[in-house]
Design a protein around this ligand. Structure first.
Ligand SMILES: Nc1ncnc2c1ncn2[C@@H]1O[C@H](COP(=O)(O)OP(=O)(O)OP(=O)(O)O)[C@@H](O)[C@H]1O
Ligand SMILES: [Mg+2]
Length: 255
């Protein structure tokens, strides 16, 4: 596959939920279509309850569609795929395992060579700035540190695509910016494709090559905005005139 080739194609997907057997169906996704190029960072914003998490769950293969299809590398998605990693809002670490053991988890399952695991875990601990915390348990860490463990645990398996559902929304402003910078540093190293849901419009634009704005339920795309800033990006671009214009454009849809 060439760089810039399409890695993900969402083709007219429909999703309905029924709360109970006799209850009326809730129409969540309305003939939604878009595509993501290999190595692209795409952010998704939209009103609460419009279907963003549902969309991510469908892409990750956790949920089925009621129409249309999702294609990853030209192959129809019917279930979870080891090339796609997911990071949620809550870090969801294994509480009984240390930082190192959490990060090593997937490689241990794959029965990788012990020394390879040790070296890789040590590299990833450094990458997410957790040196000195290797033997700590999740409940001895801040939420930001836990989310860094979750990121390392996902990325150590070299996924081609990372799906993130509001991963930084529980963090304070300063920590969130630190995490955004860390995510971009990791992207610079691994160039994984990222599909990212956030409520934070500034974050959506700062991180992304493309921001998709969804309507209220049933969600359809109301705008796809190409973010023109070059990489690597400095956080100072949020004070840029062009940045403010994009932010107003997105906020205009959501207010
Ligand atoms: N498993 C389910 N069963 C029934 N209805 C569901 C289920 N999951 C989601 N829904 C409904 O689908 C709609 C979209 O939910 P979803 O969680 O995808 O929204 P969201 O855009 O992620 O919201 P938020 O921004 O608040 O996280 C909601 O009306 C919700 O009640
Ligand atoms: Mg959600």
């Amino acid at each position: 596959m060439k760089v810039n080739d399409t890695i993900l194609k969402i083709n007219n997907i429909e999703k309905n939920y029924a709360a109970g057997e006799d209850s009326e169906k809730v129409h969540v996704l309305n003939s939604l279509s878009f595509s993501v190029k290999k190595g692209e960072i795409v952010s998704i914003v939209g009103p609460s309850g419009c279907g963003k998490s549902t969309l991510l769950n469908i892409v990750a293969g956790f949920e089925k569609t009621d129409g249309g299809g999702v294609f990853y590398n030209n192959t129809r998605v019917f279930g979870p795929n080891s090339e796609i990693a997911v990071v949620f809002q809550a870090p969801e670490l294994f509480l009984w395992l240390t930082v190192s053991e959490n990060i090593a988890f997937g490689l241990n399952i794959k029965k990788e060579d012990k020394q390879v695991i040790k070296d890789k875990v040590s590299d990833f601990i450094k990458l997410v700035n957790l040196e000195g915390f290797e033997k700590f348990y999740p409940n001895q860490l801040s939420i930001g540190m836990q989310q860094r463990v979750a990121l390392a645990r996902a990325l150590i398996l070299s996924p081609n695509m990372l799906i993130m559902d509001e991963p930084f929304s529980a963090l304070d402003y300063q920590t969130r910016i630190m995490m955004q910078k860390l995510l971009l540093k990791l992207w610079d190293k691994f160039k994984m494709t990222i599909l990212f849901v956030t409520h934070d419009v500034e974050e959506a634009i700062f991180l992304a090559d493309k921001t998709i704005v969804l309507s209220k339920r049933p969600a359809k795309i109301i705008d796809e905005i190409i973010v023109p800033f070059e990489r690597p990006r400095q956080i100072s671009i949020i004070a840029d005139n062009e940045f403010s214009k994009l932010k107003s454009r997105v906020l205009g849809y959501l207010m």
